[in-house]
Design a protein around this ligand. Structure first.
Ligand code: 13P
Length: 253
């Protein structure tokens, strides 16, 4: 059975002390985890090692970076490579978040390169996709998201995509308090799985964890995660509040 995942994306928030306190509060809470339920904390680069160490002894809680660069190494001042992340023991990285696409001009082709460099280094990408409001209003979200997947992932092998993680995040629902309904999330996520099945077969598609992101909170997590093709969430704002995030984790299927 594919993994059910509660992933936090702290984005550019919190001091180290605040991040440590938040992590400790979550780790010490009464979490309903097992080998099929995973918690991933997407934390800023400078905190990766410290937060990772705080999670020692928690087999179902890991940290993730929020980005990495597409090139192996070299004169790219300010960038962080996949090799650097694995060298400090990081296993997961968020790739292609809509904020990276929008503010840092990351294109589908660049994200294909990033996904490649992750695989070359044994890093597991959490690949983000999702449409803007205009596209949703035009009713073309399915083909838009399908194209994001095609252009960034379809060069990969079935083996690489087995157990892969995709996060569907409609941009109009991010940080707006406007959540997609559970029916809207299910509708597009079943489409994402069908697109992957058409290209790679049902077995690969069934193994992919497809997360929903966009104003997930304790009050709506259980219902959204209850949909058959929603395998958990990628959570921004509510992941910064321990009590909220703990309830979100415990809302996993
Ligand atoms: P919010 O949960 O704050 O809407 O953010 C979602 C998100 O972008 C997670 O990556």
């Amino acid at each position: 059975m594919r993994k059910q995942i509660a992933a936090a994306n702290w984005k550019m928030n919190l001091t180290l002390e605040q991040g440590k306190a938040l992590t400790e509060e979550i780790a010490q809470a009464d979490l309903d985890l097992n080998d099929n339920r995973l918690v991933i904390l997407g934390v800023p680069f400078p905190y990766l090692v410290t937060i990772k160490e705080l999670l020692t002894g928690q087999p179902n809680m890991v940290v993730a970076a929020q980005n990495c660069y597409s090139k192996k190494s070299g004169a790219f001042t300010g960038e962080v490579s996949a090799t650097m992340l694995t060298s400090i023991g990081i296993q997961y990285v968020i790739i292609g978040h809509s904020e990276r696409r929008e503010y840092f001009n990351e294109t589908n082709d660049m994200l294909a390169e990033k996904v490649n460099i992750c695989f070359e280094n044994g890093l597991k990408p959490i690949f983000c996709c999702g449409e803007a409001l205009e596209i949703r209003e035009a009713g073309t979200q399915n083909s838009f998201v399908e194209n994001q997947l095609k252009e960034s992932l379809f060069h990969l092998s079935a083996e690489q995509l087995t157990g892969f993680i995709i996060a569907y995040e409609p941009i109009w629902a991010i940080g707006t308090g406007k959540t997609a309904t559970s029916a809207q999330a299910q509708e597009i996520q079943v489409h994402i799985r069908a697109v992957m099945a058409a290209q790679y077969g049902a077995e690969v598609a069934e193994s992919i964890s497809i997360l929903y992101g966009g104003s997930v909170k304790a009050a709506n997590a259980k219902e959204i995660f209850g949909q058959p093709d929603v395998d958990g969430g990628l959570v921004g704002g509510a992941s910064l509040i321990a009590d909220e995030f703990v309830l979100i984790i415990n809302g996993l299927k």
